[in-house]
Design a protein around this ligand. Structure first.
Ligand SMILES: [Zn+2]
Length: 383
């Protein structure tokens, strides 16, 4: 991505979907329209978003995840052996129903927006996960494109529902081997399709360290039985490194955050990156895409050998951050990172779960505009 200016601006991935597209998504799930019909509509929405990003001046564009119901359960119709289950479906199959209900009560998310891609058979990629997203973007923009993918740890934890998965896989570790194979095949094809930036989403990593054994959790992907945090982190690092081994070309990123479903900051997880630092440094990614606009993330830490995708705006608030404030956040990060190692982005997506976006397209565009203005000012200072 040599064409990029200093402080390139990008998003973490998702943008809110238009009402019509959400309606079509429901019709698609009910089997009342075809994938082709849905995709035609999603493409119209993606083209609008591309225009917004071009106009605002976003340097690395995404398709806003318009074809996905959310950032990880969308794999259900692309991978054989996965069944999309509602929380009510899950309650039917899990053994410890009381514990499961306790977790559901603390989720604070409208249950209708939560579906889990559960493993019920041997995993095989039926069609690519995001290659068509990448190809469509490359056809319609000259700018570098970012493709977010659910990380192997997130997918393994979400898919592993012992009551169902054990009929096929002896353990979570065994299941993870097929997840790794599927993601490696995907990366290979994404590189061929010209992906400039591939970002793995692993938000559950914060849940591992910040809940410290409490049952409180924030995503259905975090439902599977918890081990010691250190063991879980080692497992996650190993999965990501196996997925990434030997690949080069695109920028590889890793995004984590502390939950992105509610504007109420008090119910989202809190904690600095310290307990994750060594693990994050050990993962073979070029860039860490991290929250820093929210105070819950603490102050900017240096990360050995990594560039930083610095979160400078909160995707969940209606107020647009001032350019001054964004510049201050960047100056704070410049204490630990060279200007060439900083990319500017929001803390997370604007529409992580398709039917409960955390902001409107208008506010999202205004926030991106503020980041672009800040980047322009900073480029002058560092020219
Ligand atoms: Zn996030």
């Amino acid at each position: 991505m040599s064409r990029l200016p200093l402080f390139p601006v990008t998003t973490v991935g998702s943008w809110p979907r238009p009402q019509e597209l959400l309606k079509s998504q429901r019709l698609l799930q009910l089997g009342r329209i075809t994938r082709e019909e849905f995709h035609r509509q999603a493409e119209a929405s993606i083209l609008e978003l591309l225009e917004i990003q071009h106009e605002v001046g976003v340097d690395i564009v995404t398709d806003g995840e318009q074809r996905r119901d959310n950032f990880y359960s969308f794999v259900h119709d692309r991978i054989e052996g996965v069944r999309l289950m509602s929380m009510a479906d899950m309650l039917d199959v899990v053994e410890d129903k009381a514990a499961f209900e306790r977790i559901l009560q603390t989720l604070d998310v409208p249950a209708f927006s939560l579906y889990n891609p559960s493993c019920v058979g041997r995993l095989e990629r039926r069609r690519t996960l995001a290659v068509e997203e990448c190809r469509f973007l490359k056809e319609h923009t000259d700018r570098p494109v970012k493709i977010p993918l659910p990380g192997p740890y997130l997918l393994t934890r979400a898919m592993w529902v012992p009551e169902l998965s054990q009929q096929v896989y002896g353990s979570k570790e065994e299941l993870s081997k097929d997840v790794i194979r599927i993601l490696r095949d995907e990366i290979r094809e994404l590189i061929e399709a010209g992906a400039d930036f591939i970002q793995f989403d692993e938000p559950v990593l914060t849940e591992v360290v910040f809940t410290q054994g409490q049952t409180r959790t924030f995503m259905c992907a975090a439902l599977s039985a918890k081990k010691d945090p250190a063991e879980e982190l080692a497992f996650a690092v190993s999965l990501l490194n196996q997925v990434l081994e030997g690949f080069s070309g695109p920028t590889f990123g890793l995004h984590l955050c502390r939950g992105n479903w509610s504007p109420d900051e008090s119910i989202l997880l809190s904690g600095e990156y310290h307990p994750l630092k060594a693990s994050l440094e050990a993962i073979r990614v070029d860039q860490l895409v991290l929250e820093y606009a929210t105070e819950r993330a603490g102050s900017v830490l240096p990360f050995e050998g990594k560039s930083l995708g610095l979160g400078v705006v909160n995707p969940r608030t209606p107020e647009v951050e001032s350019v001054d404030r964004i510049c201050d956040t960047v100056r704070d990060a410049l204490r630990h990172f060279a200007p060439a190692d900083l990319t500017l982005n929001p803390d997370c997506g604007f529409g992580t779960f398709s039917n409960s976006p955390v902001n409107s397209r208008e506010i999202a565009a205004q926030k991106m505009h503020a980041i672009v203005e800040a980047a322009r000012r900073l480029r002058k200072e560092h020219a």
